[in-house]
Design a protein around this ligand. Structure first.
Ligand code: SAM
Length: 198
């Protein structure tokens, strides 16, 4: 078995054993271990949250007095302690609903958004960057000063420009590749710290 397959199987088995809905849950856990993003009582928005692995991790970390609001195009089975909306990050009505559910500004915005992949690399990369730009716009709208965000990006020619846009709003933007992310995949996570609210 190739190392990449063995690693994928490892996280799939771990997710099954530990009750997480996706292998992706371990990417967020590893990012959180490194950057301490999720704290007790925090308000968190999770964009592109189906099937809900990240929501499970976030809900556990923020505890009963925190709040997690997830959104996805697809329906998601309920997660205890979280509110999950069905809709698109590009839809102003869905964004208004997120803001309403949050009640107050968010401490953390998470985005693991991925488009339906066409197989044409340049198209998929451009679509993913466009989606992530919408996630960045939402983060700017809802984050508190000093808040953090994590955005998945497909590495490619438009990433640098988007990273620059993030750097205009955050004190620090770090590039991270958790070990739970397949090494051969082009996905990276941009960890944005210390949001500067206008
Ligand atoms: N983090 C999730 C987990 O741990 O279970 C996995 C997320 S999955 C990789 C990416 C998600 O982005 C898909 O479920 C997809 O439906 C969602 N997505 C794509 N475009 C979207 C959009 N415009 N609005 C909301 N969600 C979207």
């Amino acid at each position: 078995m190739r190392l990449a397959d063995a690693r994928r199987d490892h996280y799939r088995k771990l997710a099954k054993d530990q009750g997480y809905r996706s292998r992706a849950a371990y990417k967020l856990k590893q990012l959180d271990d490194s950057y301490h993003l999720l704290k007790r009582n925090y308000r968190v928005v999770d964009i592109g949250c189906a099937p809900g692995g990240w929501v499970q991790v976030a809900a556990k970390q923020v505890g009963a007095a925190g709040r997690v609001v997830g959104i996805d195009l697809k329906a998601v089975e309920p997660v205890a302690g979280a509110t999950i909306l069905e809709g698109s990050i590009d839809d102003p009505a869905a964004i208004a609903k997120i803001v309403e559910e949050l009640g107050e500004r968010a401490d953390v915005v998470l985005s693991d958004l991925a488009p339906n992949v066409s197989g044409m690399w340049e198209v998929d990369h451009a679509r993913q960057i466009d989606l992530t730009r919408s996630a960045l716009a939402l983060a700017r709208q809802v984050l508190r000063g000093g808040g953090s965000a994590v955005f998945k990006v497909f590495e490619g020619e438009f990433m640098k420009e988007l990273k620059g846009e993030m750097a205009a709003s955050f004190g620090k933007v770090l590039v991270s590749k958790p070990t739970a992310s397949r090494q051969e995949s082009s996905e990276l996570y941009l960890v944005c710290l210390n949001f500067a609210k206008n």
